[in-house]
Ligand binder design. Structure first.
Ligand code: ASP
Length: 348
């Protein structure tokens, strides 16, 4: 008779803060983060999973509005230091900047071949109607899931929220109210959460090279968004493009990547580009991408030297720029990397 041994999945829970772990301050009535031990006490069901779960937490859990590249490095370091000892990682995080963290980590964790599942909730875990309990339990199950070959089912940074598992660098927060708070407009869900967890194996990312994990900690924050709007002033554009030390701009354009064709606009962009600033065209439309040859208004941006961001989310665009400049690349090299998808972040 053959004896089958069952190794309990080993998951590391990384608690950073966010609504999931918040409690109402009795004096101010506003929500503020509280200690992880209280958080897990509120989810006794976790013990029913036959998993080995360890946890680490930020020294002071934060509202994710305070998230910074230093915090991303802290999370990446925890993953790096514990990579060989765990089957997967679950990061508890506020929803507000979750898509930025997911995008940033996807770039920082090169050759990732284990799941890093980020989740949180719209209502604190102690609330009767909380979505946090279900999100936490499902995230743990996703992190523990394996395929037929016994490999981790998910080998990328993903966001688990309510009914879906999304690729992290394809996600955006779309609702401050719905339990389904995240969406990925240009990429299908990696899994649908129903009675079971239904993975779409064709949609899951696999790194091309099976090299050991390499964490890239350097992120350069000398980047910014400029959102176009009808009536934007020449003086505003000039001021923004002359921001000291700026290396890259994510230009949030209209429709298929279109922008105003006024002479001053094109000249200001051309001037900035000639000084080595990378200007990346990303549409303000949540769905679809940049096709700058479709209209003359897009073509003129391209002729000025603005490069296409294809169908990148704003979160993926800005964090990819931080990552590429963080690696010490020249403007020309940064531009060339925007014509490639590094972690499945764009359709090229
Ligand atoms: N402000 C909270 C945060 O992002 C919102 C949430 O977690 O849903 O930390």
């Amino acid at each position: 008779m053959q004896k089958t041994t069952y190794n309990r999945p080993k998951i590391l829970l990384i608690y950073t803060g966010g609504t999931i772990g918040m409690i109402e301050n009795p004096e101010t009535k506003s929500l503020q983060p509280f200690d992880f031990s209280s958080l897990i006490e509120n989810v006794p069901k976790v013990k029913k999973l036959d998993y080995e779960i360890d946890n680490v937490q930020f020294e002071s859990p934060i509202d994710s509005s305070d998230m910074s590249p230093e915090h991303w490095s802290t999370i990446a370091k925890v993953v790096e230091e514990n990579y060989d000892n765990y089957d997967g990682f679950v990061v508890l995080h506020g929803t507000d900047t979750m898509a930025y963290t997911a995008s940033a980590l996807s770039f920082m964790l090169e050759n990732l071949q284990k799941p890093v599942i980020i989740t949180g909730s719209q209502l604190p875990i102690g609330e009767v109607r909380t979505d946090g309990e279900e999100n936490l339990i499902t995230a743990l199950q996703v992190a523990a899931a394996t395929n037929k070959s016994g490999e981790p089912m998910v080998q990328e940074v993903a966001i688990l929220f309510e009914d879906y598992l999304w690729r992290g660098n394809r996600s955006s927060k779309m609702s401050a109210d719905n339990f389904n708070a995240f969406v990925s407009n240009n990429y299908p869900p990696l899994a649908r959460i129903g009675l079971g967890i239904h993975f779409d194996e064709d949609a899951l990312y696999r790194t091309a090279k099976k090299h050991p994990l390499k964490v890239r900690y350097e992120m350069d924050s000398n980047v910014m968004f400029i959102t176009l709007f009808p009536g934007i002033q020449e003086s505003t554009m000039r001021h923004l493009l002359n921001t000291p030390n700026i290396k890259g701009v994510v230009l949030r354009t209209y429709g298929a990547g279109n922008g105003p064709q006024m002479k001053w606009m094109i000249e200001l962009l051309r001037d900035a580009i000639s000084k080595g600033i990378v200007i990346l065209n990303v549409t303000q439309c949540p769905n679809g991408g940049v096709h700058s040859t479709l209209y003359e208004s897009g073509n003129s941006l391209t002729r000025a030297g603005v490069i296409s961001g294809h169908d990148l989310t704003p979160e993926a665009a800005i964090t990819k720029m931080m990552y590429l400049f963080g690696g010490g690349m020249s403007s020309e090299a940064v531009k060339s990397y925007f014509s490639r998808s590094l972690r499945g972040e764009s359709t090229i």
